[in-house]
Design a binder for this molecule. Structure first.
Ligand code: 13P
Ligand code: SF4
Length: 359
């Protein structure tokens, strides 16, 4: 029977299981150490009745050991509301842990780093959304989950990379404010054939991105993911020149030009599924680089083209070692005060209902 790495407290058995998957990518002495920490994390999990949720970007040793549930932002939002266990240890970034706390306020939610930011979440505040609402009265606001609770509190419906188009279309509104990712907004506009503007809210600045008298279907914001904005069409062209049979897969936080040059676009889990189901001779993933390692560990027959080592500086703060510390010292408890929590919850629940139906 295959060892369950999510529960075993046997460090030798954990080491053998990790070695079978990760021997080609993690040095042996490090695997030994990681296995010991992972076994101890499992012991602490059982002692505290904790559940560990892990985003697809987690480092390989963590991703393939103690995470009870793994997925993209949408899957993890749903799991945060439903997964048994308290505390929830969130292996991801702060906005994800906040979402878990918003949905499960009675539980302790731990983020294993004191930071864990996100350039998108930091690009906009609740006050910015209120000013946009004043400028576009009555227009519904859709906000990417990569935002903090004060922004979600001003939002009608949240969305993630896997349901952005579905959420916008479900509103059946002739105009939608879509925040804060400029590239995701442009990709949604491209996919739905909608026009888009990026207005400035600075009264000193000329109208940016279009005539105020023209009706635009979408109203966007200039937030960007500092990881995905690094990929360029030149990268794609160069790789295709060297490997004409490569399958190129992009996350929708990449620029529309990069998405256009790719063969597939989707959320992190959709990218994983697509690689698993395709039979290309090699794959180029235009997203955080640890995900390619995680795919190869489970699918050793898949060959990845390593374009870069673009790691998210926020996601990569989470390690097995600080998950252990989270369980030992309650590092770091996430709190979302009222009234923002209740207002933010409504916007997340509307999204879950659009994606999964009523609960
Ligand atoms: P997913 O929802 O596709 O997992 O994306 C989250 C994220 O932060 C991507 O950078
Ligand atoms: Fe934020 Fe980009 Fe990191 Fe995702 S990869 S958490 S969007 S900075």
């Amino acid at each position: 029977m295959r060892l369950d790495t999510r529960t075993t407290t046997d460090a030798d058995a954990m080491y053998e299981a990790l070695r079978a998957r990760l021997a080609d990518m993690v040095p042996d002495f490090e695997l030994r150490h990681k296995a010991e920490v992972a076994a101890e994390v499992n012991r602490l999990k059982a002692e505290r009745n904790a559940v560990v949720l892990g985003h697809n970007y987690m480092e390989a040793a963590l991703f393939h050991s103690v995470c009870d549930y793994k997925g993209d932002s949408l899957q993890l939002s749903r799991l945060a509301a439903e997964a048994p266990g308290d505390p929830i240890v969130f292996c991801g970034v702060r906005f994800m842990a906040e979402t878990a706390k918003i949905l499960s306020p009675e539980k302790t939610v731990l983020l294993p780093t004191a930071r864990g930011g996100c350039s998108l979440a930091e690009s906009i505040t609740g006050a910015d959304v209120r000013r946009l609402r004043q400028k576009y009265p009555g227009v519904p606001v859709v906000t990417y989950v990569n935002t903090y609770a004060d922004v979600k509190a001003e939002t009608d419906v949240c969305c993630t990379s896997s349901n952005a188009v579905q959420v916008v279309e479900s509103l059946e509104s002739d105009q939608v404010i879509f925040l804060p990712d400029e590239f995701l907004a442009l990709n949604v506009a491209r996919e739905t054939g909608k026009s888009i503007t990026f207005p400035t809210l600075d009264p000193e600045m000329p109208q940016n991105g279009g005539d105020p008298n023209i009706h635009y279907d979408l109203v966007g914001w200039h937030g960007r993911c500092e990881v995905h904005e690094q990929f360029t069409t030149e990268d794609v062209v160069a790789v295709r020149r060297q490997f004409p049979d490569v399958m190129v897969l992009a996350h929708p936080e990449c620029s529309p030009d990069v998405v256009e040059a790719s063969d597939f676009v989707g959320s992190t889990s959709a990218l994983i599924r697509s690689v698993q189901e395709a039979d290309a001779s090699r794959y180029l993933l235009l997203t955080e680089c640890s995900m390619a390692d995680n795919i190869v560990a489970e699918n050793p027959d898949k060959e990845m083209v390593r374009l870069c080592s673009v790691r998210c500086p926020h996601m990569n703060q989470i390690t097995l070692e600080n998950v252990q510390n989270a369980l030992l010292h309650n590092h770091y408890e996430v709190d979302v005060p009222e009234p923002a929590r209740t207002r933010a919850r409504a916007s997340i629940e509307r999204m879950l209902e659009i994606s999964f139906g009523p609960r």
